[in-house]
Design a protein around this ligand. Sequence first.
Ligand SMILES: Cc1ncc(COP(=O)(O)O)c(C=O)c1O
Length: 383
Amino acid sequence: MKLPKTILTSTKCVHSGTQIDENQGGVNTPIHTSTAFKYLEDYEMKYPRMANTSNQIAVVDKINALENAEKGLVFSSGLGAIAAALLGLLKPGDHLIVQSDIYGGTAHFMHHRLERTGVDISFVDMQNARNLKEALTTSTKLIYVETPSNPLMKLTDLSMVAAFAKKHSLISFTDNTFATPIFQQPLNLGIDLVMHSGTKYFSGHSDIMFGYLGGNSGLMDLIKVAQVDLGATLDARLCYEIERSMKTLHLRVERAAENALKLASWLELNDNVEKVYYPGLPSHPQFELAKQQMQGGFGAMMSFRLKGAIDPIKFQKALQIICPAVSLGGVESLIGSPYLTSHKSISQAERDGMGISNQDVRFSVGIEAVEDLKNDLKQAFEA
Ligand SMILES: Cc1ncc(COP(=O)(O)O)c(C=O)c1O
């Protein structure tokens, strides 16, 4: 369907990418399950691992429209997207500057896989632009950012990183999983590549794993070669389910973010809580940057530090609605201790360096009635 160029985000979620079934007039993209396609008579060579079949394209086109990306690719996981991008763009001897507080699984990939290929990595605190300058070498090729960060919700100034990267001819990369394109569009701020663990808000129901990467044609063409080599792509049936989930992305994340802001403000006044990490709170040290960089909401992820007298495990076990579980971004509220979940794969010393305490709990706020979530937290504090 040819859509007007001026459509807004919620319309893009519903309509962009979706292919009307021309055979029968159905309003949903038909599922084409073939893995073998005719190639004579001017057919393009199609094969699912080459990410060029219709259901893959429907998902890519929808997310490209939301992120304003020239080209995109879908992968079988978020880490599959990160791996293809970094292995596709970097070679032995290249240097990578990485934000110090990133998702533990990404840090693990960098330490245990990427460094083995001969890529040098500097982890730096990007809240201070001076650190970027100090880390720069003549071999630096790429800057890797995740904002808001996991789990302490620190922000990196994307316009600053984009300008620095352009000045020094580097590629800038942002993991936009926590914010979603509903609240933050890195490419519009000058970043070169945007990535999502689609397993989170895009899938939205804690039942599909996938990844997305988008950016300009030149970079995406290089990454596509790596994707075809690595093979981390997606099946047509799953693409159909992803496309369906994404039609309600805006509704889900807007409601979850409204809940998160209310709960963060309430938790901040709670006697059992030492500190709340949420970019939508005026007490967040980067609240001004959050208002500038994030549009229409601050996302639905937060963390809070329980006071020493409260055992985080007992607290989580006492919850009746909010489920202690790994992952995030579903319609249901999930909670977890980063030292046992997202950051388990890195050492205690690394966690200490990142400022993550065992008293911290990461909270993925869902779309339930906010009063029910508040009452659940209240009864667990009392328990
Ligand atoms: C911020 C962030 N980036 C990347 C990933 C990796 O994505 P996936 O688990 O889909 O491979 C995760 C997973 O939790 C994440 O939280």
